[in-house]
Design a binder for this molecule. Structure first.
Ligand code: NAD
Length: 272
């Protein structure tokens, strides 16, 4: 039976855990050849590749070592994938990091790292894949931004700045390609239970002297009226929609889909 992404090659950045891993699994299950990167121990990387592989009927899963803070490594990565697989049809810019501190206490190197990994990497990867997508007149770029690309929170200066940048970079990319079969969308999730969020819960528990479970409730009550974490698989399902025929014009339409009061998950309208 034909699958949605048969014959397509997809890159998912930061897919050794959390949301990226779920997205890579979803794309593999739909028949895409999936190339991932992401940090972690050899064992963690091998386990992630195995999980994706288990969902892939054709076994087309590859991991490459790339530091997404480094523009030269990103360009070399994209070149190598295009050369090996003939095309990059889908790019999911997902890799991201977080650090929480007040502006005046925010370590300068953390600011630089977050802007590099969460924002500049999206620009460099997008710029590297667009020429090929334009020539083939097919491309799908999906940026995993955040609710913090739409609203702010205390103590997240770099993350909020980077994610707002990602949302606006998405709009520019969508506009520049509006007359081609190349779309660019951002997904802005609320809280998703992943290692990135676990670390924040643990920090709240420590600084406020409360249990991890109470810290988790505190985090949810702050911005999530449903009082539950979104599952990484739910973000993967949103990605698959944007890759489907039904999502092919989505970045030019005037509708919001999946709107929730707190912007828990929004397909950000782009291109206008
Ligand atoms: P995670 O920590 O589970 O995964 C992050 C991934 O990025 C990992 O694979 C990690 O190795 C990779 N990565 C980090 N720095 C890298 C670098 N320099 N080079 C290459 N890879 C690197 O986190 P997650 O929660 O799954 O986050 C994924 C994306 O979703 C991030 O962009 C994050 O900002 C965004 N997001 C997460 C949430 C949430 O609640 N978890 C909400 C909104 C948006």
């Amino acid at each position: 039976m034909a699958r949605q992404l048969d014959g397509k090659t997809a890159i998912v950045t930061g897919a050794t855990s959390g949301i990226g891993l779920a997205i890579a699994e979803g794309l593999a299950a739909e028949g895409a050849t999936v190339v991932i990167n992401g940090l972690g121990t050899q064992q963690a990387i091998a386990e992630a590749v195995e999980r994706i592989q288990n969902r892939s009927p054709d076994g087309g899963v590859h991991h490459r070592e790339v530091d997404m803070r480094n523009p030269d490594e990103i360009q070399a990565y994209m070149n190598a994938v295009e050369e090996k697989h003939g095309a990059i049809d889908i790019l999911v810019n997902n890799a991201g990091i977080q650090h929480v501190d007040q502006v005046e206490d925010f370590p300068r190197e953390k600011w630089d790292d977050i802007i590099a990994a969460n924002l500049s990497a999206v620009f460099h990867a997008t710029a590297a894949v667009l020429p090929g997508m334009k020539v083939r007149d097919f491309g799908r770029i999906i940026n995993i931004a955040s609710v913090h690309g739409l609203v702010a929170s205390l103590n997240k200066a770099a993350y909020v700045s980077a994610k707002h940048g990602v949302v606006d970079l998405t709009k520019v990319t969508a506009l520049e390609n509006a007359e081609r079969n190349v779309t660019c969308n951002a997904i802005c999730p609320g809280w998703v239970f992943t290692p990135l969020v676990e670390a924040q819960i643990e920090k709240i528990a420590q600084t406020e002297g409360i249990s991890v479970s109470d810290a988790s409730d505190t985090l949810l009550r702050e911005k999530e009226p449903t009082l539950r974490f979104t599952k990484a698989e739910e973000i993967a399902a949103a990605v698959l929609f944007l890759l489907s025929a039904a999502g092919a014009n989505h970045d030019r339409q005037l509708s919001y889909i999946g709107w929730r009061m707190d912007c828990a998950m929004i397909f950000r309208r782009t291109g206008c």
